[in-house]
Design a protein around this ligand. Structure first.
Ligand code: PCA
Length: 173
């Protein structure tokens, strides 16, 4: 076990992308949104901003639950082309995000096709504008049927004119 840990540490030093995953964030994890501090918290894990991106297919991005959570419903072809940000994250950050997003109960981590919008990433892994990339995202299949009737958004902002700011309310239903 010890040997494995040392070996993976060395591999990660030589080739840091080996253990990295691309994650597309479209909600509260984006820059300027209430949970962005998580993805830039290096005590949790590593994350590198790669680019802005838009889904290749349309999806309903709705705001639901008493806490006004944003949810991308896993219903391709309905809703809008959804804007967000692609990050390269390590295993530790991915594990933390799975837990934070209550995956797989509330959200499920699925894969999505994205069109890279600008290559304004911070490091050498910057993506090429116009290219198609695949990334994980936290979408949901476990939604209430009436959520399909809700207004849909193309670019989530907690303080948008929908008047439904995100909040954490831990009181019982
Ligand atoms: N957090 C994840 C999924 C929805 C949310 O608020 C994200 O920002 O992509």
């Amino acid at each position: 076990m010890k040997v494995f840990i040392i070996l993976s540490f060395i591999i990660n030093l030589v080739c840091p992308t080996v253990y990295n995953y691309h994650v597309f964030v479209y909600g509260t994890l984006k820059k300027g949104q209430p949970n962005h501090s998580i993805i830039i918290n290096t005590t949790i894990g590593q994350a590198e901003f790669l680019s802005h991106a838009r889904t290749v297919e349309q999806y309903p991005l709705v705001i639901a639950t008493k806490n006004n959570y944003p949810f991308l419903l896993n219903v391709p072809g309905k809703g809008k082309l959804v804007h967000g940000e692609i990050y390269s994250v390590d295993q530790k950050m991915l594990d933390f995000l799975d837990e934070f997003e209550e995956c797989p109960e509330l959200y499920q981590r699925t894969k999505v096709q994205l069109e890279v919008q600008d290559g304004d990433g911070e490091g050498e892994n910057t993506l090429k504008p116009g290219s198609i990339e695949e990334a994980f995202l936290y979408s949901t299949n476990t939604y209430e049927p009436e959520w399909l009737q809700k207004p849909t958004y193309d670019n989530y902002d907690t303080n948008g004119d929908h008047g439904l700011p995100y909040h954490e309310d831990t009181s019982p239903e």
